[in-house]
Design a protein around this ligand. Structure first.
Ligand code: ARG
Length: 561
């Protein structure tokens, strides 16, 4: 808001039709040191147009800048450094937040839709910490996209089809027990899967059997189909528990199997567009500067990529989206390059608006967690443990056991989500329960705690927001907080442009830290009524922005911790 206001004032003073407000806004900078001003306007590009030195443009401009927001202006080199009148700017910014509440930073609704494909775990395999990344990044991107004015379609592309089901069927028939699977479905199914791989190393015929079993499944064999359905139902029950804990839901849960009856059409379309090449009995699409994309195997079975082609076409025809995000780990980046490239060869221009939103791995003690060797941290277990730790930390702080349980869930789950989102999405994350649960460090609980602290203050001060409350600006600590609040809408925009929730997570930490610094230096619950109400309004505005930041990450904000 400050930058926008200053840009408007400068544009007017420039009075040059080549410079609209947006152009000036693009040029504005924030000086590295506060003693150099709040906003800087570099005059170098302008100098090329008007054939004067940047320094003389700056000093001429300086004399024309008169505005209630501007305290003083200094010319330094080719820069115009502006100092803002803090009491004026801050009351505008705070009023903006207090009026808009959770709508602060929201962009007007666009008539544009984004399909976000995220979470997408594999049936009969554990919901691992690896899938957590896709789930929480996707959920946060969905919220960030909505905040930026888009309509969002949330899709869970369940991995419920593929040769692994052939393996599982063979393994279950050889070594499985119905009773055990019913007791602990995913654990048992995982064990069968791991066992299959160990045995197949010694006995290669198992792999052939598995291929045949999957082919039977694709051909609609009853026994195979019944087993598959059962594996799927049992797995979904467990996934549902995780989604409930994370408070995440989807508009569509369309697994890969949903596209089975749409596969033939895709293959014949590829054929009629002369894109298929026969290669050792399999059909592929040749691609420039990439390995070919496998469409059907020797035995006619389709692949992951074939199903993704069908899914992309189906989604486009169903949702008319202007963008599509695939939130899937970096290790699948070749798959998505191939997918987009095949779609382009098919003549689908909309493939240009599809984006693979990759992310780094979740590491445990420096190495990848993989389900094959059974080295896996189960997400559900992690969440339960995090909730338990939160409960222990907060014991005695809540009036009823029920309150404690509710808040412990919000804090434990919030800690896990925040830990995942605070780093640049493309980086690997080292999983550490101890670190994520700290109430002091760069953690979710720290931001939540700051919010709860403010809520307590508002309660103690009997605060009730009414428009028109006086807002008296106090000091530098307050200004640090207010200039962060001022940046929030830009952060929301950047997080969307870079499809990176860590921008919001980092921002929330900065805001919490700045507020806590202010809080350490200022007495808030003072006797003077006007002063009290002004301070509490300021605190309330901070709490609104903290809560909204957490909400964009998919994290709740308890009022008491
Ligand atoms: N189920 C896949 C996996 O766990 C991820 C699916 C991602 N979405 C997609 N449309 N390919 O590896």
């Amino acid at each position: 808001m400050i930058q926008l206001h200053i840009a408007t004032v400068i544009t007017k003073a420039l009075d040059n039709k080549n410079y609209q407000v947006e152009d000036v806004l693009d040029l504005l900078e924030t000086p590295k040191h506060p003693h150099l001003g709040d906003v800087a306007f570099p005059c170098f590009t302008l100098a090329k147009y008007v054939k004067k030195s940047p320094a003389s443009i700056a000093s001429e401009l300086k004399d024309k800048l008169h505005d209630s927001w501007i305290d003083r202006v200094e010319v330094k080199g080719g820069y115009l450094n502006l100092f803002v009148k803090r009491e004026i700017a801050s009351s505008h910014i705070l009023k903006d937040v207090l009026n808009a509440k959770e709508g602060y930073g929201s962009m007007p609704a666009k008539n544009e839709r984004i399909v976000i494909d995220y979470s997408s775990p594999n049936i009969a395999k554990p919901f691992s910490m690896g899938h957590l990344r896709s789930t929480v990044i996707g959920n946060s991107l969905a919220k960030i996209s909505e905040k930026n004015g888009y309509q969002v379609v949330r899709v869970n592309h369940l991995g419920d089809w593929g040769t692994q089901f052939g393996k599982l069927i063979v393994a279950y028939k050889l070594w499985g027990s119905r009773k055990l699977v019913e007791q602990e479905p995913i654990k048992q199914l995982l064990e069968l899967y791991v066992h299959f791989h160990a045995e197949a190393k010694k006995n290669d015929t198992l792999n052939n059997q598995a291929r045949a079993a999957f082919k039977a499944l694709e051909d609609g064999d009853h026994e195979a189909l019944d087993l598959w359905k059962w594996f799927k139902e049992e797995s979904l029950k467990e996934f549902k528990e995780v989604y409930d804990l994370l408070d995440i839901s989807f508009d569509y849960e369309l697994g890969e199997a949903f596209y089975n009856d749409k596969m033939k059409a895709v293959v014949s379309e590829l054929e009629s567009k002369k894109l298929l090449t026969l290669s050792e009995g399999a059909y592929v699409v040749e691609l420039d500067s990439m390995p070919p994309c496998l469409i059907t195997k020797k035995d006619g079975a389709t692949l992951y990529a074939t199903r993704d082609l069908a899914a992309a076409i189906y989604r486009q025809q169903t949702f008319y989206a202007s963008k599509a995000f695939y939130v899937v780990g970096n290790e699948q980046s070749l798959h998505f390059q191939q997918l987009f490239s095949v779609l382009k060869q098919m003549g689908y221009e909309w493939a240009d608006h599809m984006q693979h939103i990759g992310f780094g791995m979740m590491l445990k003690d420096g190495s990848k967690m993989s389900t094959r060797q059974g080295k896996v941290v189960l997400l559900a277990e992690v969440l339960v443990e995090a909730i338990q730790l939160a409960k222990e930390t907060m014991r005695g702080k809540h009036e009823t056991q029920e309150d404690l349980e509710t808040v412990a869930k919000q804090v434990g789950v919030g800690a896990v989500i925040f830990h995942d989102l605070k780093n640049l999405r493309t980086h690997d994350v080292e999983f550490s329960l101890d670190h994520m649960m700290s109430f002091e460090g760069d953690t979710g609980p720290y931001v939540q705690y700051t919010f709860a602290r403010i809520s307590t203050l508002l309660k103690k001060g009997n605060y009730d927001y009414a428009p028109g409350h006086p807002l008296q600006f106090t000091d530098d600590y307050e200004w640090q907080v207010i200039s962060l609040i001022d940046q929030f809408p830009r952060v929301v925009e950047q997080a969307f442009e870079q499809a990176d929730p860590s921008q919001v997570a980092k921002y929330s930490l900065q805001l919490a830290r700045a507020f806590n610094k202010y809080y350490a230096h200022t007495k808030i619950l003072v006797d003077d009524e006007d002063k009290l109400s002004s301070k509490l309004s300021f605190c309330y505005a901070v709490s609104i922005v903290l809560k909204e930041s957490l909400s964009l990450l998919g994290i709740q904000a308890p009022v008491k911790m």
